[in-house]
Design a protein around this ligand. Structure first.
Ligand SMILES: [Fe+2]
Length: 317
């Protein structure tokens, strides 16, 4: 008996539906769930994570897990949606990463793009990207674009911690994932430049911010010149004077914020969090949100706006 025979024998829709299920069709008039809705309705929620907590937990964990075992000793921040235990927002993930004196994190490369915001570090902390040694200094931002070899070294004697931002969730959704471990485990250092397009020094960021005219709320913003290297994320440094409020913001962009100086509040709907230096807070797409500084504050914002823009999906309220 063929499917065509089975279809011919049906006497009503109720006979057809089991056939559809068996042959993997869904009747457009008989869907289990809607496929279109009036406006974005993500299940992702605004969240806040504490640097003090994450740092203490990673420091504690380093008694039991070293970089040999872990490759990367990091703590990812996930949004509790369904069985998700990875994505911070729909397209992006963020993690605190801690590396103890003398530790090295092995070289690998992958299609997802990554960048790091350095929080705390002593001398002789550095990343090697494609053979180029780039120091990791507090406040700096370093890019490791997709398919660049990267490894991290703490040759000093202070515990170091930074924040990783990656577009891995976007790569999971679109599926172009490739990952390779370096054949020599660590890369040879071939260059130690004083400046590099992947290296944004805090002093240069501050100098750029100083030249910006504040908006009506008194906020200065400087977008890092990273888009030739990472196409999926936009990186913005924000300087909020005491009392200033950013927003309300509501658009189709997913955002992760990291406070690099100061303290304040982050509000979105019924969610309200107090943040301070080193903390992370995330605003999923279409979550109307506001950020207020309770002292002069600096915030680093990573978002997927370039993706939404290029695909024609950028909409703001
Ligand atoms: Fe990596």
């Amino acid at each position: 008996m063929s499917t065509l025979d089975d279809i011919a024998k049906t006497e009503g829709l109720d006979d057809l539906y089991p056939l559809f299920a068996r042959e993997r069709y869904t009747a457009g008039w008989h869907k289990k769930r809607r496929s279109l809705w009036e406006e974005p309705k993500t299940e992702f929620r605004p969240r806040h994570w504490s640097y003090a907590e994450a740092h203490a937990a990673l420091d504690q964990a380093s008694q039991w897990i070293d970089t040999e075992l872990a490759e990367r000793r990091n703590l990812l921040m996930f949004n509790p949606v369904g069985d998700n235990d990875y994505d911070t927002v729909r397209t992006l993930v963020t993690a605190y990463q801690l590396i103890q004196p003398g530790e090295h994190a092995r070289a690998h490369k992958h299609t997802p793009n990554a960048l790091r915001l350095i929080l705390d570090a002593g001398p002789e902390l550095f990343t090697v990207v494609n053979g180029v040694k780039l120091p990791m200094v507090p406040g700096d931002v370093l890019l490791t674009p997709g398919e660049c070899w990267h490894s991290h070294f703490n040759d000093g004697n202070e515990t170091a911690c930074w924040i990783d931002f990656l577009d891995v969730p976007l790569v999971h959704r679109l599926e172009p994932m490739f990952y390779t471990e370096h054949p020599d485990v660590y890369q040879k250092v071939e260059q130690t430049p004083d400046a590099h397009p992947f290296w944004f020094k805090r002093a240069d960021i501050n100098a750029a911010l100083d030249k910006v005219t504040p908006d009506e709320a008194g906020i200065r913003r400087h977008v890092l010149d990273s888009q030739d290297h990472i196409l999926t994320m936009e990186l913005t440094c924000l300087a909020l004077p005491n009392g200033a409020t950013l927003g309300p913001v509501r658009d189709t962009v997913s955002r992760i914020y990291a406070a690099t100086k100061g303290s304040g509040t982050f509000r979105s709907g019924e969610h309200e969090f107090n943040w301070k230096r080193g903390d992370i807070f995330a605003a999923p797409a279409w979550a109307r949100h506001e950020i207020t500084a309770n002292e002069d504050s600096d915030i680093f914002e990573v978002c997927d706006k370039p993706v939404m823009e290029k695909l024609g999906f950028l909409r703001a309220e």
